[in-house]
Ligand binder design. Structure first.
Ligand code: COA
Length: 322
């Protein structure tokens, strides 16, 4: 049996930090409200001249270094992102060019905050079927470009960043299972209502911004994530007690706490970055994974569940041994 296994991880956060106190000066909000409702204390904001490929490239360099591989070995690049530099070329090709490597397939997967889990699942299939021997998988976002900075309901939630992993085949587990899902009936609950083929003229004008029915998103996210997390363990005959770490999408501390509770997992077994990063969409899981690995909490051989939920709605889980 061939598994795909994470050989190395990396992350990059833009240097500019915006605290809740900074936001108090922009909209009618308070540090106390943001912290108690979301868990967010600060977030990083990309510089005006930093695009998704720029921050994704930085995370990729770290992952390559930490995996100890030669960049020339990379034979697949998959990027989860909802905030690409351009309509085309895709962010994967832009990062490929920045890395100075040529020829391997490179593409982006667009699944909102589930983007990394979707991208990792795609790369896992390539590796398991022999279609790739060394995949670079990235989650990178500049979510703050989609924000209406006058809307206190949404502007307090998001941040920018990028995370990356190097995936290689191994006879030792490895990714055990990936499960993806989506339900487009929820399309109106969380969206940025413009793109190249609809409302194009409104993009970037400040006329529109990210729209969200916060309460509804919260309710469906808690229910769906609890269900898919439990289903992932049941499908793989794994008892809740066996799980070493939950590495969740970092949208809201209360959503994360609810999922941890469904899994009977103490919060100490959850990698939390939401307080420092905010919701970085596709980037949140690979960055949290990198934080847990770098600070020594996540050890080789441990059992990890990653789970994500995002606009669409889309969702997904990845169960793996690190
Ligand atoms: N500061 C202060 N007050 C705010 C505020 C802010 N930043 N944002 C909203 N409020 C106000 C609302 O206007 C409302 O006031 P009102 O009662 O006078 O109308 C009040 O706070 C309560 O709003 P409500 O939306 O009910 O709060 P909530 O407890 O549901 O928390 C969210 C709001 C957004 C934090 C919560 O719904 C949430 O986290 N949802 C999921 C969001 C998410 O994770 N999205 C991404 C998924 S990938």
């Amino acid at each position: 049996m061939i598994y795909s296994r994470i050989e190395g991880t990396g992350r990059y956060l833009p240097s500019k930090v915006m605290t809740n106190f900074d936001l108090e000066k922009i909209v009618d909000t308070s540090d106390e409200w943001i912290r108690t409702r979301t868990g967010v204390e600060r977030r990083h904001i990309a510089a005006d001249d930093q695009a998704t490929s720029d921050i994704g490239f930085e995370a990729a360099k770290e992952a390559i270094k930490n995996a100890g591989i030669d960049k020339e070995d990379i034979d697949l690049i998959v990027v989860g992102t909802t905030t690409p530099d351009y309509v085309f070329p895709n962010v994967g090709t832009l990062i490929q060019d920045r890395l100075g490597i040529h020829g391997c397939p490179a593409f982006s997967v667009e699944a909102a905050c589930s983007g990394f889990v979707y991208a990792l699942s795609v790369a896992d299939k390539f590796i398991k079927t022999g279609g790739a021997k060394c995949a670079l998988v990235i989650g990178a976002e500049v979510m703050t470009r989609l924000i209406d900075w006058g809307d206190r309901n949404t502007c307090v939630l998001f941040g920018d960043g990028a995370g990356a992993v190097i995936l290689k085949p191994s006879s030792e587990a490895g990714i055990l299972d990936c499960n993806l899902g989506a339900d487009g009936k929820y399309k109106d609950l969380l969206l940025y209502p413009a793109g190249p083929s609809k409302n194009f003229h409104k993009m970037g004008t400040g006329e529109i911004g990210l729209e969200m029915s916060g309460n509804d998103v919260f309710r469906v996210a808690v229910k769906t994530l609890g269900n898919v997390a439990e289903e992932a363990l049941i499908a793989n005959n794994i008892d809740k007690q066996e799980l070493d770490w939950l590495v969740p999408h970092q949208a809201n501390l209360r959503i994360i706490q609810a999922t941890a509770k469904r899994l009977d997992l103490p919060i100490e077994k959850v990698i939390l970055t939401v307080q420092d990063h905010g919701n970085t969409s596709s980037a949140s899981i690979p960055m949290a994974l990198d934080v847990g690995i770098r600070d020594g909490r996540i050890q080789r051989g441990q059992l990890i569940l990653m789970e994500a939920f995002g606009g669409g709605f889309t969702w997904g889980t990845v169960l793996m041994r690190y």
